[in-house]
Design a protein around this ligand. Structure first.
Ligand SMILES: *[C@@H]1O[C@H](CO)[C@@H](O)[C@H](O)[C@H]1NC(C)=O
Ligand SMILES: *[C@@H]1O[C@H](CO)[C@@H](O)[C@H](O)[C@H]1NC(C)=O
Ligand SMILES: *[C@@H]1O[C@H](CO)[C@@H](O)[C@H](O)[C@H]1NC(C)=O
Ligand SMILES: *[C@@H]1O[C@H](CO)[C@@H](O)[C@H](O)[C@H]1NC(C)=O
Ligand SMILES: *[C@@H]1O[C@H](CO)[C@@H](O)[C@H](O)[C@H]1NC(C)=O
Ligand SMILES: *[C@@H]1O[C@H](CO)[C@@H](O)[C@H](O)[C@H]1NC(C)=O
Ligand SMILES: [Zn+2]
Length: 303
């Protein structure tokens, strides 16, 4: 989120390179995106798994989760993509409306994470329908690069489930709220992108994101089992349901992420313990819904 303005972005990049500071937060951190995509890839239908395999670059070894932070890596090269990672809602407005809120800072409609999910879903729906030149694989259908479409969709489905990616405009989704995570200085946004997940991995999962995925996997098949179908659902003739996910995120931002936090707060055990369940739920929902969306796009034949 901090890369919104060219000047700020360049300065930040420079600061990172020069001072070897931790990288600025750009969505769930690498682990959050990896978790969402690992959950998703295991739930793909045969048809979707095949298409994903076909679209992934060959050096990914068929592993979607290895590229789910690609969209953050290209954010500076593809400068136009920076507004596509989040949604700003008016301050203290705990709801989201596509027509009101999905726009970039210049007011261009549809340029937000919900619009991007719709965009890359429509692009992927053209998979297999290209009029192929003998040299091009199905991964480019006319004007679109469907490899990029897959990587963007997989990343943005994670981002839209991070509650503070649908946050208040004036604090840039918590990016300008300085707080302490235990004894370390950071911003509220970064706590949700990275720190809660990292602390959970350290405290409960031997610093292994794979073990975190296993635990979420268990809940998806256990405690959450009767909710999973509802998470997967989308209105009858829709392929992606980004507006539902965005509305849930701003509600969680208000009820949980922003709640009881002010500039200068120190957040520790109490915040971690009460917010970790929200983070787990959003990661699981992101993974389940990414799979459901890819299954709708590429065909439902279950494995
Ligand atoms: C896929 O890639 C991720 C990230 O690089 C890695 O952690 C994971 O172990 C890989 N999965 C497989 C099955 O190779
Ligand atoms: C849609 O995708 C194209 C191709 O990547 C991109 O140029 C455009 O900015 C995207 N728009 C949105 C709203 O995602
Ligand atoms: C599609 O995008 C990927 C990732 O940016 C790139 O490596 C590949 O060359 C592109 N394919 C085409 C046909 O442009
Ligand atoms: C999660 O569960 C699926 C089965 O639904 C399994 O195929 C997959 O390997 C599991 N993922 C991990 C990382 O354990
Ligand atoms: C389905 O889509 C059409 C337009 O594509 C729309 O007019 C109709 O209201 C939609 N139906 C439902 C149930 O959403
Ligand atoms: C916020 O603080 C109030 C008062 O201390 C407390 O009762 C409430 O549980 C807190 N809510 C959250 C979500 O932390
Ligand atoms: Zn992002």
């Amino acid at each position: 989120m901090q890369g919104r303005q060219a000047g700020t972005a360049l300065l930040l990049l420079l600061a990172v390179v020069v001072a070897v500071l931790p990288a600025p937060s750009l969505g769930w951190g690498v682990d959050g995106h990896l978790i969402v995509c690992q959950i998703a890839q295991a739930r793909l239908s045969d048809a979707a798994a095949k298409a994903v395999d076909d679209l992934l670059p060959s050096d990914a070894g068929g592993n979607l989760s290895s590229l789910c932070s690609w969209a953050d890596k290209v954010r500076f090269r593809y400068h136009w993509s920076a507004p596509l990672h989040f949604i700003d809602v008016p301050d203290n407005e705990c709801s989201y409306s596509y027509d009101r809120d999905c726009k970039d800072e210049e007011g261009v409609k549809g340029r937000c994470v919900a619009g991007a999910i719709n965009n890359y879903t429509s692009q992927l729906l053209t998979y297999g329908s290209s009029s192929p030149s003998p040299s091009s694989k199905s991964s480019s259908s006319g004007q679109y690069n469907l490899t990029e479409a897959l990587l963007f969709l997989s990343h943005f489905m994670g981002d839209i489930h991070q509650p503070l990616h649908v946050g208040f405009a004036s604090d840039k989704g918590g990016n300008t709220i300085d707080v302490h995570w235990y004894r370390r200085k950071t911003e509220l946004h970064h706590i949700w992108d990275v720190n809660i997940i990292q602390t959970a991995e350290k405290d409960y999962y031997d610093e292994d994101a794979g073990k975190f995925v296993d635990a979420l996997n268990k809940s998806i098949k256990g405690a959450w089992l009767d909710k999973v179908q509802e998470w997967e659902e989308c209105a009858k003739n829709q392929t992606a349901c980004s507006d539902i996910y965005g509305s849930e995120s701003i509600a969680a931002a208000c009820d949980s992420a922003y709640k009881n936090v002010t500039e200068g707060s120190t957040l520790g055990d109490e915040y971690f313990g009460s917010r970790l369940p929200v983070v787990k739920l959003r990661l699981a929902q992101g993974g389940v819904r990414l799979a459901a969306t890819l299954n709708r796009i590429f065909g439902e034949s279950k494995p």
